[in-house]
Design a protein around this ligand. Sequence first.
Ligand code: HEM
Ligand code: SF4
Length: 538
Amino acid sequence: MAERKQWKWADDPSLNKMELTKLEKDGLDVIETIVNTYSKEGFQSIESSDMDRFKWAGVYQQRPKDGHFMMRVRIPGGLLNSEQARVLAKIAEDYGRDLVDVTTRQAVQFHWLTVESLADIFDRLAAVGLSSFEACGDCPRTIMGNPLAGIDPHEVLDTRPLVAELEKFFLLNREFSNLPRKYKMSISANIHNAAHAQINDLAFTPAKKTIAGEEVIGFHVWVGGGLSAKPYLAKKLDVFCRPEEVVKVAEGVTTLFRDYGYRQKRTHARLKFLVADWGAEKFKEELVKLVGELEPQGEDLLQGWNGGYFYGIHEQKQKGLYYAGLSVPVGRMDASELVELARLADEYGDGTIGTCNTQNVLIRNIPKDKIAAFQAEPLIVNRFKLQPNTFVGYAVSCTGTEYCNLAIVETKERMRALALYLDETVELDTPLRIHMIGCPNSCGQRQIGDIGLQGALVKTPSGMVEAFDIHVGGTLEEPQFNRKLNARITVDKLGPFLAQLITLYKADRLEGEPYWRYVERVGLERIQEQVDSILQTA
Ligand code: HEM
Ligand code: SF4
């Protein structure tokens, strides 16, 4: 076991219980115990205090708590190669009942793992340069990025080396393995905000500045975003960060979180609460004390938001080469589909697969003369479509009661069915992003959906029934979270209800007007009137 740290908060009497657990034994130390003890002696041998620490290994008990685990594998910047993809597929096949989920933070998630399998899985991941460590827990999670980095005509810089540096610096770094709470970073130089800057704890977005007569491409720095029950949009600091300063700035921000973040209540421990209290100005002052002077802001190069969607075949920065954005409905595939995807990446592209925060994938570097054959591949025609139907294509869902202990309702399969129903019922030629979540934690990022559906239960004469609260108007284009309507719709009525609501939007909208903008233009009261009239006739 590594030497125990004397953290400055160690003697604070108001620390929450989890903080005491973390002081007793660092989360990362559980990895060794899993490998040496639990994976040999089985589920019954796991000490209850270590069960929480399993998250630092990237492993979490799934529902029901009967000895099975989910595992999240970090995919830094959403880029993996075909060899890694095959190893992931084999793990799913051997240990995870054939299930692979692409998550809203570009990670890959398995279910159904037993503790006996973990040591072998860690080894298999390590052999191809992957890791599940710190993919969960109070530490720096998967670093989100632009899955088109390096080939993106809409990027001002290739961020792949920076993602790699950040990953190298933070992964298994014991200076930062005991943060007050989870910590999410994103870095992208895509001008359309591919990595959802405003909902991360720390984010870097493209910027430029003339310094000493020379134009420098770098980043603006955002802190304190996050979703969950109390969502906050990140605040932009008055800082311009050169590419070579990214790691230093990230270290500084993370140190502030570690040393000043709140450790009294778990629900009040994310960086967003500290940033909200301090404000951007004080935060910058404290940051500068740690990392030294930084240039003030330059010119922002962000222009709107692509939602994290890349469907279709598009020309890359490199002339004559194309990338293909594919739809994976609600992010779920089986092992054989991932193997097939790896084959397509090798045969048509450069072997790289991109994972998107919209639970989708993409393939990069396809030469022009291979596009026709690629488009005719059965996996592309039948499953991972280049041009999915509107609702299936823009549906995001969390895990729900199927595997999640915190879920109130079923989500993933329900969102899949709902999207199919809407595609059959309502014809719509513009994207309408629907996000479904099973509880307020918001893993499926309900707040940024055009329509956000959040699970709840309602009491009926025949008992408790699953239902959804309806939220409308979320976007990161002009960043704002969606807002709740007065409508808790039971699951049997959800499809027809949404079909009617969307039909009213279709009739009222201006040409090409996205749903969130329509909500803003007509106002929440108008939408509520529509809802009331639908409910009266339901
Ligand atoms: C077995 C239980 C859980 C499952 C299956 C689950 C699943 C997920 C997944 C797949 C993501 C995308 C994450 C990534 O790729 O890094 C995510 C993110 C998230 N999870 Fe969970 N999660 C679980 C438990 C929790 C818990 C306990 C909380 C909070 C108390 C939580 C809150 C969140 C939030 C807030 C996000 C993303 C939103 C943000 O960016 O702030 N989840 N979760
Ligand atoms: S949003 Fe809630 S129900 Fe859905 S996966 Fe996250 S914790 Fe579970």
